[in-house]
Design a protein around this ligand. Sequence first.
Ligand code: C2E
Ligand code: CA
Ligand code: CA
Length: 532
Amino acid sequence: MQDTGRRSALVGIAIVALSIGLFVGIAKIGGGAFVDAQRSRELGGYAELVLRRAELEVDFSIVALSELAQNGVTDCSPQSLAAMRRHVYERSTIKDIRIVDGSLGATQCSAFSETLAFDTQPLEIEAFRSRNTAIQLARLEQHSGQAMSVYWEVDDGVTLAAVVNTAALLFAILPHELRDYGEVRLELADGSAVAEYLTQRDDAIDPQMVELTAVSERYPFTARIGVSRSVFKAWNRGPERYFLAVGGILGLAFGGLAAGVFVRRPDQTSELDRALAAREFRPFLQPIVALDSGQIVGCEVLARWMKADGSVESPLRFIRKAEDSGRIVPLTAFLVSEALDHLRPWMSKRRDFKAAFNIYPGHLMADGFVEEFKALVDNAGVPRGQVVIELTERHELTDLAAAAERIVELRVNGFKVAIDDAGTGHSGLSYLQRLGVDIVKIDKLFVDSIESDHSARVIVDMLVRVAGKLGMKTVAEGVERPEQVAALKVCGVDEIQGYLISPALPPAEFLRLLHAAAEPGAREPVPEALIA
Ligand code: C2E
Ligand code: CA
Ligand code: CA
């Protein structure tokens, strides 16, 4: 009897040990592959970032050239040359503007003619056409290094060219662990580099490189990132340890449950339905502050899921599922009426206060969206002009023309429309122009490094400038440090949002913050020293 007991205990331990061994083994192989794939994705993300920055620089040059063409600057008269020089002076990314014969013939004149002698360009220019065939790009060899010419063929046979400074594009792209062992290149369609970052270290040359590329859909260039294989392999392996630990725990659990029952987890969609019915979602409100006055002029409504165990779930973990399953429609309706109920008294006193809601493109384009949204806001008793609809640039709008029509419809009905996460999407500045919105929200990605990274600063500068030209306001997101406020002010950003002021708060707390900030003599959310 005792013997049988001991034997079954031993068998049990053996099963558990075997199961742990099996799971740890799988975790080692699977975890390694997963971490490799994740690292590659991360590296690919840096290539994408180079590409986005380069695309924005070209966009920006085209905006500058079309402005010149609109003002009749298509000849080499002294007035035209003066206008060209002023444009160069005003823009940090454009080194020179030139007028070229017909389709890339001889250079007729340059804003700074004396600098033409510094180019070591062969007579025959090799240029590559973009998706928009009026735009061509070419590599330009200058004494100060590589640059890029952006040619834009104006209708009447004249071509304007902007010489773009590409050196800043690659600045601080790679994380510092890889910077000494990596290379970054921006290449034209023939593989020639218009910008190049090479490691300075002698011991960094590894014949085996891990290489990732990103190819632009709009312009004929490719961003290429290469990192020494051995350094890449050793980079940030921390997560692998978690896999082993998790493997061990899983093995233990599985072994323990070897004879147990498999508990079926409810799927996430029915979990969402249950949570909606149980009213577990809450709108949290994050203040938006005007930089000229330091006052809170609005808020963004962000979804939170208050779990029964008291924890708060981030929207990053459920919004995607809600969007894919269509549950975003009732969820948005709930958040809008709930948030506006709390804000109504304040908004009726402060007619310039705006509440912004995130609407994902699939929902925007759904039949009857405008009518439903109107009914929601009207029922809440809040003027439509105080409601902003934020549309993210992260998901691509498949039918830009139809989306632009929807946006017109919303604006005709009194709503304000914002483009969210501007600068991160695939469509660049033309998106802003085509969609015709009221507000541009500049993504945290660029705000994060604005004090230290020149090209982030250039992008914010460009977005503000283009938004200004199109009559749009700008809001910078994810502002965490006072130094960022100073840099954003210099760029001319109108409003800011971020942890420096406050995270998203439950409505009651947000209203307390609003009242406290409005008290006479209250300290303003952004210290006066930063605003003045
Ligand atoms: P988003 O629209 O870009 O919202 C800004 C996100 O940045 C929010 O994250 C906010 O809490 C966070 N944030 C704000 N300031 C700072 C800062 O200074 N530092 C840092 N590190 N983060 C900051 P959250 O609330 O987790 O929302 C994530 C995303 O989920 C949102 O990004 C939005 O795309 C989506 N989302 C949230 N609520 C809704 C909703 O009701 N409907 C839809 N369709 N999407 C939503
Ligand atoms: Ca948003
Ligand atoms: Ca955003």
